[in-house]
Ligand binder design. Structure first.
Ligand code: KG4
Ligand code: ZN
Length: 339
């Protein structure tokens, strides 16, 4: 069975082709031009998806040595994400399914990220404690099976990736902030400044807005403007901030480990590319004697392979979607499909 996956929820267009469980192609086209604006401009994102989607799918087919007629199932992200961006990939996928008369499955982006843990050779074992950390979401999930996903915690304000992006902008490092903060942190002193970790009523919830404000206050108090911050000091701020984010994520993950009996832990989403976070969660898993699954970098950020795999598992569980499937901007009621 050949499966086409399409992902266009934010600033990456991605097209993947699976042949059963083998990834034949997983192409990711990143919209780098958003860096000029300091963040993703939704309308520009939709337009760029429109321009690249067909050539990208064509390239995926070529790379896989397949023709459109060889595709048996078409899957695409329906949400959550930017509505205009989602509309492009979803409509293109539905159009293909209609013209080829092939089944279509719409995939929840977060479920796709959770599924990325299953793309590695070493598979997670249920129940899984999954930490989803991306530009739009920060979720701590108790995944008993794909039919039973319990949300333990979420962010009450900014997502972890969003905090990286905002602090990076504050320090004039640019967008996307995660990799830039990570690089600066490598040469900075993470113990130089003590930034706070929020304590919330729900012990599994996250808040990064106060941390972001603390960084801003620190900068305002100590420097007249961002251009006056010596490079060394910027690196110290970045490293201290990164440490605070990772501590917050690890604190709640450890709390969940103390209260939920899980067989494995998985770390997924764009921020899962962060080396410090990868190291700390691996250490935590060792302390608790749990299996740890972290996707390789290719599958941490947005990619269509995870969407195609999730779509395939839903199809195998008997689902098939109508071509009326609509995009949705937030998790809302679409919080998790069965299968
Ligand atoms: O999952 P993703 O590709 O898109 C969303 O679904 O949001 O995540 C993108 C986020 C961005 O905020 C980016 O700054 C962050 O992932 N990110 C990182 C790293 N690489 C990407 N954050 C921290 N450290 C990194 N190395
Ligand atoms: Zn994502």
């Amino acid at each position: 069975m050949n499966i086409l996956g399409i992902e266009s929820s934010c600033d990456e267009t991605s097209s993947a082709i699976l042949s059963d469980n083998k990834i034949l192609s997983n192409l990711i086209s990143s919209q780098d031009f958003h860096a000029d604006y300091g963040g993703v401009v939704p309308e520009l994102s939709s337009r760029a998806h429109m321009q690249i989607i067909k050539p990208l799918v064509d390239k995926s087919l070529k790379e896989s040595n397949l023709k459109l007629g060889d595709i048996d199932l078409i899957t695409a992200t329906a949400g959550p994400g930017l509505i205009g961006a989602l509309l492009v990939g979803l409509t293109y996928a539905k159009g293909l399914a209609f013209s080829l008369n092939k089944p279509f499955i719409s995939v929840n982006h977060i479920e796709g990220h959770i599924y990325s843990g299953f793309l590695m050779e070493e598979k997670p074992e249920f129940p899984i404690l999954t930490l989803v950390v991306s530009g739009g979401h920060t979720l701590l999930l108790y995944v008993k099976s794909f039919k039973e996903i319990q949300q333990l915690g979420t962010t009450v304000d900014d997502a972890a990736g969003e905090a990286f992006d905002k602090v990076s902008k504050m320090l004039s490092f640019g967008y996307p902030g995660g990799p830039k903060i990570q690089n600066a942190s490598k040469i900075g002193d993470e113990d130089k400044i003590k930034f706070p970790v929020a304590e919330l009523k729900n012990p599994y919830n996250f808040s990064f807005s106060g941390l972001k404000t603390s960084v801003l206050r620190y900068v305002q108090k100590n420097f007249s403007n961002v251009n006056d911050i010596p490079e060394k000091e910027k690196n110290n701020i970045a490293a201290s901030f990164q440490k605070a984010v990772v501590n917050a994520l690890m604190q709640n993950t450890e709390r969940a480990l103390n209260n939920y009996d899980v067989k494995s832990i998985s770390l997924v989403g764009g921020v899962a590319a962060n080396e410090k976070l990868r190291n700390e969660i691996t250490l935590l898993s060792k302390r608790y004697d749990k299996k740890i699954i972290i996707p390789s970098l290719e599958f941490c950020g947005d990619n269509a392979a995870m969407i195609a795999f999730r779509g395939k598992s839903l199809f195998e569980a008997g689902r098939q979607d109508s071509l009326n499937a609509k995009p949705y901007p937030s998790l809302g009621e679409n919080y998790f499909h069965s299968g």
